[in-house]
Design a binder for this molecule. Structure first.
Ligand SMILES: Cc1cc2nc3c(=O)[nH]c(=O)nc-3n(C[C@H](O)[C@H](O)[C@H](O)COP(=O)(O)O)c2cc1C
Length: 441
């Protein structure tokens, strides 16, 4: 029984379970650890501590069941935030209107922003039962390496906007939560790398102005310790975003306080066509590709045709992404685009996806439609804004924890076992196959 029965007369049983939970708190079976991986006693307000759900009931039947897996526990104000959506509420309280809007906004009417979330209700999980799911394993492989979980931190320039030294805090959090970090400040990551403190990270660029700069970027990434490059190809022009536009988002502020590169411009003004990398083409990419030995991941693919071209031109992996709905408004949700890209790629390179992923169940759907891994953008920035490094870690670890639960409950058990048999389109009712006898009736 997982939950505590609230009926009268069960109090003594609840007390017994609670006592048992306290007893086993030091036991190796109970993996309750803090952010440094050290064992901690459950805080009286930590989730599960009052109910004995942290392992008390499971401990009584050791041998029957695998151990309880509890993600690291942080201070109470963080543990009270119980899902990724609520991290946004916590961040909103901590941020100025302008900073919150900058991160939250999508382009235009934010139809695509809504579509990213809505796409997750276009598919339902086909849960399987009576399968031995004793072993729950979230690991996945990419470019010849095995990672603990398939949750990556997406590239984004907002880290230093939402928190002082946000780039460093995010990198430290990525390292602790064992998430690959896509993008980041190169000198910082190089410095961390020298001390063995850097996470696994990829250099990220929206494209460089010239071929020489592209080569220089690749070399700098290699020297700084990047294990791959991520080229975002969906940013020929900066988009119009109403919220920052209304907030009179100050490019100067972004430049000096945030990005630190003199040429960086953030506009988002209504009706202004603001070029970024409009000259990026497959020809250009074909020239750049052999200039580095690092894998190059193309981010921003949404169609079968572009996926085919990406593979043909040497992409090492593809990220199905609409830039968190921050560019062209009116595109559909990324989960809806994922199947056509996966089918077009046909296993030749790994496909990843991002956009609106907030739950472990969302991750299962992405894996079932053929994604190898997923990225999150806003959620980790919300964690950072509200609670600094611990907030980022908790966001990753909470989503990881939800993924474990979803794998355990779906009948898949392991991330690797999730395939299309675990999903069906929500709009297609089940139709029994016609049999000769039913057809002739
Ligand atoms: C504040 C902010 C800045 C971003 N900057 C970049 C960027 O510079 N390059 C890029 O490829 N994607 C950028 N993104 C998009 C994210 O990498 C990711 O694709 C997206 O946020 C995923 O959707 P989600 O926020 O719904 O999880 C940014 C997203 C946000 C929220």
């Amino acid at each position: 029984m997982a939950d505590v029965d609230p009926r009268p007369g069960r109090a003594s049983r609840r007390r017994a379970i609670r006592n048992l939970a306290t007893l086993v708190a030091g036991s190796p079976m109970l993996s309750l650890v803090d952010a440094n991986g050290d064992p901690v006693q459950p805080s009286p307000t930590a989730p599960g501590a009052q109910t004995g759900r942290q392992g008390g009931a499971g401990a009584a039947r050791q041998g029957d069941r695998p151990p309880v897996v509890s993600p690291p526990v942080y201070r109470d104000e963080i543990m009270k935030v119980i899902n990724l959506h609520e991290f946004e509420d916590a961040a909103k309280k901590a941020l100025s209107v302008a900073a919150y809007d900058y991160v939250a906004a999508g382009a235009g009417d934010e139809l695509t922003l809504k579509a990213n979330r809505e796409a997750f209700s276009h598919y339902w999980v086909r849960r399987k039962i009576m399968v031995d799911v004793t072993r729950v394993d979230t690991s996945f492989e990419l470019f010849g390496k095995t990672y603990d979980h398939p949750i990556l931190l997406g590239p984004g320039g907002g880290k230093n906007i939402v928190a002082a030294d946000g780039e460093r805090l995010s990198a430290q959090a990525a390292k602790k939560s064992r998430a690959i970090m896509v993008g980041g400040q190169m000198p910082l990551l190089a410095e961390m790398g020298k001390k063995g403190e850097a996470p696994t990270w990829w250099g990220a660029t929206l494209g460089e102005a010239t071929q020489a700069q592209a080569v220089e970027f690749a070399k700098r990434s290699e020297d700084a310790g990047a294990s791959a490059l991520c080229l975002t190809v969906d940013y020929p022009y900066t988009s119009a975003r109403d919220r920052p536009s209304r907030d009179l988002w100050d490019p100067e502020w972004a430049r000096t306080r945030v990005y630190g590169t003199p040429e960086f411009r953030v506009g988002f003004q209504a009706g202004v066509l603001d070029p970024y990398t409009p000259n990026l083409t497959w020809e250009w990419f074909k020239w750049v590709r052999p200039q580095t030995k690092l894998p190059i991941v193309i981010k921003g693919i949404l169609t079968a045709e572009d996926a085919r071209l990406a593979v043909e031109n040497g992409a090492s992996a593809i990220i199905v992404s609409n830039h968190g709905a921050r560019t062209l408004d009116g595109m559909g949700g990324t989960l809806d685009a994922l199947p056509e890209v996966v089918d077009s790629v046909n296993g030749r390179v790994p496909v990843l996806v991002d956009g609106g992923i907030r739950r472990g169940g969302d991750v299962i759907k992405a894996l079932a439609l053929g994604a190898k891994a997923i990225l999150i953008g806003r959620p980790f920035l919300w964690g950072l804004a509200a609670f600094g490094q611990d907030g980022v870690q908790r966001v990753v670890e909470l989503l990881h924890g939800e993924l474990r639960i979803a794998l355990g409950l779906s009948g898949a058990g392991t991330a690797k076992a999730v395939d299309r048999s675990f999903i069906r389109p929500a709009w297609k009712p089940y139709k029994p196959a016609a049999t000769p006898s039913s057809a002739s009736r």
